[in-house]
Design a protein around this ligand. Structure first.
Ligand code: ADP
Length: 499
């Protein structure tokens, strides 16, 4: 047994933090005794240490998930009852929403109000939404001739490994768990080593909701050990991953060992296009949301802005002003603040290195020259805006994953589309125009899994989420996620001809 610890966060919320690996509905220590330490990115103070899984712990978690998958208890539970379990989990998340939001704000650095009003609100909705789907997962009947009928069953895949990132800790867990459980799978889920806490609290709620032992197993651990062990495990049927493109490629290679099903949601360098007929104030406002929300730590963040020549300088000036007035940097528990620290020292260092690279490559700095010293307490990065960039510059090509945006101009619609698609990624895109024909023409021409017309980051749990090109494989959320967690069996029925 790993003992929980009583914690009190800076906002005075007090709760019992589990510290073990969650296997078979129990919190247990890692076999090696190793731990991960969670720190507050605001002041680098230690929050708690939790168990860190090695390969042998992953074996135990997978064995528990397999046993649960094969159990009479889980197999005989109908979709309606799985739906009830998910609905009950949603209710428990709602009851404890302030605790969940506190943990993610504390551990990740995101403003508490956003953790509460966006992340945890979405967790509750996602569990409810997939609770609703659980008894509506049907196949088809396919009559082929008088002598033959066929029908399909949408069956669960089995044991699903899920590897999630640190930018939306508990929300990413919900995106992965909701559809997997609705479809009748069992799960081993690994959180990111930077944010190990909220998923353990969620694990306690999963047990309280009444999920049978072994249906959901939660492990923290390092990517290269626990994550790699899960992705290559011979008894895991599917691996679902959200994170960087390079890690996605490593997971794909590891998944090849037993030809696992995969879904990957990887990196992005999403364009935002502002045409001269756009509502400029709206474009400015959404451009800010698009790159500065969650301190730029969003895979779909619209980090490349393209503005039509005639309004380019005007847009840059307005966007700069808007950012100066609306990005309030400070503690994640200060209600005025909407821009907390980055998640880790490594991320801060990485973003600031792109600042230097952009300058040395000749990009024009508009905002962000003033940055906290590299050794200042807390992992703060102020908003960074560059203009007059070109396609060959490093920060135009590479995902920075911070409050860092590059702006350049375009001539006409054809030029805008060509520039938007000039990337190896294809996750999101945004188009600002008041011309309805242009809006849809451009949306169709952009090679990306999601296009927002006159908004950015305006996602919803009922709408599929995923990428083109090197931004991923498969879709999460919405009805589409159900096909990522089921396999189709065709049953052929001979209608009585025994020839
Ligand atoms: P970042 O570089 O921002 O930390 P990653 O894509 O490396 O993003 O991490 C996302 C998730 O993938 C985390 O849970 C991490 O532990 C996990 N991970 C990292 N490397 C591997 C790997 N080789 N195999 C499986 N999981 C990994």
């Amino acid at each position: 047994m790993a003992q929980p610890v009583q914690l009190t966060a800076p906002n005075k919320v007090s709760y019992l933090q589990p510290t073990g690996l969650f296997i078979n509905n129990e919190f247990v220590a890692a076999k090696s005794g190793e731990t991960i330490t969670a720190v507050n990115p605001y002041d680098e103070s230690v929050i708690a240490s939790v168990a860190s899984a090695g390969a042998e712990d992953i074996d135990l978690a997978v064995a528990a998930a397999r046993k649960a998958f094969n159990s009479e208890e889980w197999q005989s539970l109908g979709g309606y009852d799985r739906g009830l379990l998910l609905t009950r989990l949603a209710e428990l998340c709602e009851r404890d929403r302030e605790i969940l939001a506190t943990i993610d704000a504390w551990d990740n650095g995101k403003p508490y109000e956003q953790a509460l009003g966006e992340d945890v609100a979405e967790v509750i909705s996602v569990f409810r939404y997939y609770g609703g789907w659980a008894d509506k997962i049907h196949g088809q009947t396919i009559p082929t001739s008088e002598a033959k009928l066929a029908y399909t069953r949408h069956e669960p895949l089995g044991v699903c490994g899920q590897v999630i990132p640190w930018n939306y800790p508990v929300m990413m867990a919900a995106w992965k768990l909701g559809p997997a459980l609705a479809c009748g799978n069992t799960v081993v889920i690994k959180a990111a080593e930077q944010t190990p806490l909220s998923i353990l609290y969620l694990a306690g709620l999963i047990k309280e909701a009444g999920f049978p032992a072994g249906v959901v197993n939660v492990v923290n651990g390092l990517g290269a050990t626990a994550g790699a062990a899960l992705a290559s495990h011979a008894d895991v049927d599917k691996i679902a991953f959200t994170g960087s493109t390079n890690t996605g490629k490593a997971i794909m290679r590891a998944a090849a060992t037993n030809l696992k099903q995969i879904t990957l949601e990887t990196g992005g360098k999403s364009p935002l296009l502002v045409f001269e007929d756009a509502n400029l104030d709206q474009a400015v406002k959404w451009s800010h949301v698009g790159i500065m929300s969650n301190m730029g730590q969003i895979c779909t963040s619209t980090s490349r802005i393209y503005v039509q020549e005639s309004i380019y300088e005007d847009f840059v000036e307005k966007f700069k002003q808007y950012t100066v007035e609306n990005s309030i940097v400070g503690s994640q528990f200060d209600a005025k603040v909407n821009h907390g620290p980055q998640v880790s020292a490594a991320q801060k260092k990485r973003i600031l290195s792109y600042l230097e690279t952009a300058k040395s490559e000749g990009a024009q700095l508009v905002l962000g020259g003033e940055q906290p010293a590299a050794d200042a307490k807390g992992y703060f990065v102020n908003p960074i805006i560059f203009k007059d960039v070109n396609r060959d510059m490093t920060p135009v090509r590479e995902e920075v994953f911070g409050p860092f945006v590059v702006i350049q101009s375009f001539k006409d619609q054809k030029d805008a589309i060509a520039k938007a698609n000039d990337t190896e990624y294809g996750l999101g895109a945004a188009v600002f125009t008041e011309n309805i024909t242009r809006a849809h023409t451009v949306a169709n021409a952009i090679q990306a899994g999601m296009v927002w017309i006159n908004s950015s980051q305006d996602s919803h749990f009922a709408i599929p989420f995923g990428g083109y090109k090197q931004s991923g494989i498969g879709r999460e959320l919405g009805e589409y996620a159900l096909s990522a967690y089921t396999q189709v069996k065709a049953v052929h029925v001979n209608l009585g001809t025994w020839l």
